[in-house]
Design a protein around this ligand. Structure first.
Ligand code: SF4
Ligand code: SF4
Ligand code: FES
Length: 257
């Protein structure tokens, strides 16, 4: 039988939210708690979580900021898959039960909030900034459209960690640098204005670098920005094997001194 909400909005749904709860001050380990929520067709997963927090249980903890798929702070496991809660529409859910857990492989601080420090430590380790000690030209450091396009995909990363925390080699010990750090290294390795490619490639040639990737594509499926993460990793591996950072074989780097 249709609920009153469904009579007004045919895409409205009665959802059961199963949320992983953990408060380190009182809980020994995480446990599930269930909440019933009436959702509108245009609601996103973030909206229904906030309905729980604002209307039923204000102790529920989660991160969010922009609510528009830009800041990357509301990454979580939604029905077993990593994603941004603000980008998934309720009307597209396959089931009326919604399971919500923190992303895997990082220490849980409380409920859906994880400690992102290990993730950002790997990010910082690849020097994700422009390196160029050459005297600046009188105008900008010019770049052709083709040179800009070379790293266009990797520049879309919002550091949400959906990829790295979907990656089995990362779950084990968090030592693997992880796909997000490699994407952000790629962003600068293949930038024609940058001169730090060799240094970054040496870092990624480490035992905990790109070679721990098993090319299982979890990362690509998890990326809310549709970045071809595994292809990015393959391009970095190829640069390491060939010493060539230009697809047209123009620019080469010396790796391993
Ligand atoms: S393709 Fe590599 S980096 Fe991506 S999830 Fe699989 S092992 Fe991890
Ligand atoms: S590559 Fe995609 S999934 Fe990984 S951190 Fe960047 S935006 Fe998130
Ligand atoms: S809240 Fe910013 S990406 Fe979802």
């Amino acid at each position: 039988m249709l609920t009153q909400a469904q009579l007004i909005d045919p895409q409205a749904r009665s959802l059961t939210l199963k949320i992983s709860r953990y408060n380190p001050e009182v809980d020994e380990k995480p446990h599930w708690e269930e909440y019933k929520v009436e959702a509108d067709g245009h609601d996103r997963v973030l909206d229904v979580i906030q309905k729980v927090k604002w209307e039923q249980d204000d102790t529920l903890s989660l991160r969010r900021s922009c609510a528009h798929g830009v800041c990357g702070s509301d990454a979580m496991r939604i029905n077993g898959m990593n994603g941004l809660a603000c980008k998934i529409l309720v009307k597209n859910l396959k089931s009326d039960t919604l399971t919500l857990e923190p992303i895997l492989g990082l220490p849980v601080i409380k409920d859906l909030i994880v400690d992102m420090k290990p993730f950002f430590d790997h990010y910082k380790a690849v020097m994700p900034f422009l390196i160029n000690d050459e005297p600046p030209p009188t105008t900008e450091r010019l770049q052709s459209p083709a040179e800009r396009a070379r790293f266009d995909d990797s520049t879309k990363c919002i550091l949400c960690a959906c990829c790295t925390t979907a990656c089995p080699p990362f779950w084990g010990d968090r030592k693997y640098v992880g796909p997000a750090a490699i994407v952000n290294a790629h962003r600068f390795i293949f930038d024609s204005r940058d001169r730090g490619a060799a240094e970054r490639l040496e870092i990624l040639n480490d035992a905990e670098g790109v070679w721990r990737c098993r090319t299982v594509f979890n990362c690509t499926s998890a990326c809310p920005r549709d970045i071809k993460v595994t292809q990015t990793i393959s391009e970095v591996k190829r640069a390491l094997m060939t010493g060539n950072i230009d697809l047209d074989a123009v620019q080469t780097v010396e790796i391993g001194h």
